[in-house]
Design a protein around this ligand. Sequence first.
Ligand code: NAD
Ligand code: 6OD
Length: 484
Amino acid sequence: MKSIHNYIDGQFVRGKREFADVNPADGSVIAQVSEADEEVVDRAVRAARKSLRGEWGRMSVRGRAARLHKIADAIEARFDSFVAAEVADTGKPITLASKLDVPRAAANFRTFADLIKTAGLESFQTETPDGQNALNYAIRKPLGVVGIITPWNLPLLLLTWKVAPALACGNTVVVKPSEETPATATLLAEVMKEAGIPDGVYNVVHGFGPNSAGEFLTRHPDVNAVTFTGESQTGAAIMKTVAATVKPVSFELGGKNAAIVFADCDFDDAVNGVAEAVFLNTGQVCLCTERVYVERAIFSPFVESLKKKAESLRIGSPVENITDLGPLISAQHREKALSYYRLAREEGATLITGGGIPQFGSVLDHGFYVQPTIYTGLPESARCVKEEIFGPVCHIAPFDTEEEAVSMANDTKYGLAASIWTTNLKRGHRVAQQMNVGITWVNCWFLRDLRTPFGGAGFSGIGREGGMHSLNFYSELNNVCIRL
Ligand code: NAD
Ligand code: 6OD
């Protein structure tokens, strides 16, 4: 049986306890993972602190940027190992890991390596009260030790989305990947060595949240900032924990994202785009659409076409090249999704397709699969329309006016993402500007430029990452004022 250990100060470190890493495609145990207790987490934080004072702390920006490109090179050199590890941990189709997760990990390092080299800061010539001048300019310093806590849905993509800018800014990190997907964060430790990142700069602790590695890391007094991606409720718990030591936080949280489809859309593009937004990664992307609002004139043909699309998706083994849809991450998460499938029925939904568990007659029957599912007919107040399910499921409702569509799309405590489907670009701009979200896509979905602000409003997050927003979060800015 494979073992996965914590990584501290350049060494793999066992914990006193272990937990199982399960392949969601067939329920098999693929590795035993060392859980970090409080003492192990403390060692990791001390190693990270020490390395701030060493070679890493003295390295020039150019030197750090070159190392980040080497990390990207090393990820690309081990492309197949990263893909295999991510597929085994998450159950996502091999085509998706190859197209999205692993290339994005390399791109995250390259983007922030390039950005830090050219990142400017403000300066002001200031008139003093006595009519003289002063010069103000800001300098960028690392925050120190950054605690990074990430979820299981895009494990390597989301981890490196935070590790790359944190390192670019000269910080050291202790990362706590999800207990469901420990493999790629650990593989990245090997890459760090190969890329010449000094020991102690990148540390990994494994374990769970409350009373385990996650909580130990967030409450550690020597961690200077916490950046977290995951559920909104977990974000709230972390906020309480970090309050005692007044750490800055960056939170990328849950969503209940809407798509608005106007009758003047390019119909096929809209069906394909919404299908991708609902079903990609088995609906386990925070940006996925779970609420679809369709203008009444095209409501019935749209529902029929999305149904056809859902039923054409090939559900199966993640390692097959033809598979579109893998399992959900765990038995527990499948039970959550199925509980919403039951609730939808109780709430009076019309089932358009899916609603159950696919049967394979093979080892995949031990995996955590659910059918892609579409409902209509629920009132906007239904729990299935209000709560994040995080599975391959959506509810479709008709609308009559643009105003009504905007109002329904915005009627949520979340505010992560929206997509708008129309060939009337004037309308696209107008509606996009009314969305209470962090990201609005028009005639596309999950099309990313890593320099843009990324984050959520309301229960979907605190702060923005991406481009300069990341560099500013992972830096302490020190303004210097000189009387001339
Ligand atoms: P989760 O909140 O259950 O877990 C995320 C991480 O937090 C894990 O590493 C977990 O061990 C850790 N954790 C849990 N409780 C903790 C605590 N009290 N203290 C410290 N750490 C703790 O989320 P998940 O189930 O892994 O991921 C799915 C959720 O993440 C969904 O809600 C999804 O919308 C959200 N998400 C959001 C984004 C975004 O960018 N906004 C991206 C991906 C996922
Ligand atoms: O693309 C990104 O940078 C990003 N943070 C995506 C988040 C996806 C959520 O599951």
